[in-house]
Design a protein around this ligand. Structure first.
Ligand SMILES: [Zn+2]
Length: 292
């Protein structure tokens, strides 16, 4: 079965090296391509790469534009089997620079159609709601270029922001006001799983990725201990029957790919595997071009 990983990270920071080691692999270009070969991953979406750039970018795609500063040699070119979402650093956007920011983001959407697939917002890390006025020019370009808006949702890896901004219910308002923009609730809003599923079930333009739900390599005991967690998720997925709207994503290098794929294969009914692991991502991130 072919797999599209709809949420991973592709950059070189020391913290990721350590985390990758714990998850049984190396955070490197070769490390990723080996994983793709071994697991039939034909394409992956890198979320918000972080290199030196104007601060309003939560990250920029490496080497697409010479912005100066240090760029990681190792991850400096994006291969054909990887696309990216531009990271948005909401706290650095103001009413004064919002329009200019949108123009800067538009540069990539216009000039890098091959790799630039969407926008990624970091609610919860930024104390700003998704539907904040400062984001409106960015939503306009998402609409114009027909690319989705992905939002970090649910618990955060640090305590710098406030969780209320990361709640999946906040996507409802943005989705209603922007019916022509597709929204992706990343991490299925974990632990607000039922809220994320309800918002996706209600709004035609809202989708979900199931990335980053367990770090490292989970032991059998860990999985047994958390079986109620997956049963709960399973119950709500069935209840809302949103299998046409959920996507496989990993959050690599934070997780171990073969184990994660296995867990997801058990969670999602077999008849929906093709949608979940492959087809839904093509529907949402419509710029994806699978290399031949
Ligand atoms: Zn992520």
């Amino acid at each position: 079965m072919k797999i599209i990983d709809a949420h991973m990270h592709y950059f070189n920071i020391s913290h990721f090296k350590t985390i990758a080691r714990k998850a049984g692999h190396t955070n490197s270009v070769k490390g990723w391509q080996k994983i793709c070969d071994e697991n039939n991953i034909v394409y992956a979406i890198a979320m918000g790469n972080s290199y030196d750039a104007p601060s309003r970018f939560g990250g920029v795609p490496p080497r697409l534009i010479d912005l100066g500063g240090d760029v990681s040699e190792e991850f400096d070119k994006i291969p054909d089997n990887i696309g990216y979402c531009l990271g948005v650093s909401s706290e650095d956007i103001t009413s004064k620079n919002a329009e200019k920011t949108a123009l800067e983001f538009e540069y990539y959407l216009k000039n890098d159609k091959k790799h630039c697939l969407g926008l990624k917002f970091y609610m919860g890390y930024n104390s700003v709601y998704l539907n904040d006025k400062r984001h409106q020019p960015l939503f306009e370009i998402a609409k114009e270029y027909k690319v989705p808006v992905a939002m970090h949702s649910g618990e955060t890896a640090s305590n710098r922001g406030q969780l209320k901004y990361a709640h999946p219910l906040t996507v409802d308002e943005a989705a209603l006001e922007h019916p022509d923009v597709k929204f992706v609730i990343c991490h299925i809003g974990n632990p607000w799983v039922q809220d994320a599923i309800t918002v996706a079930g209600k709004n035609e333009n809202v989708y979900i990725d199931l990335s980053g739900l367990m770090e490292g390599i989970p032991s059998k005991e860990y999985l047994a201990y958390h079986k109620d967690y997956f049963a709960h998720m399973n119950m709500w997925l069935k209840y809302a029957n949103v299998y046409g709207k959920i996507m496989y994503g990993s959050d690599w290098p934070l997780i171990n790919i073969p184990t994660y794929v296995d867990v997801m294969k058990k969670l999602i009914p077999v008849k929906h595997h093709e949608e979940f692991f492959y087809k839904n991502a093509l529907k949402v991130y419509s710029r994806i071009k699978i290399p031949k």
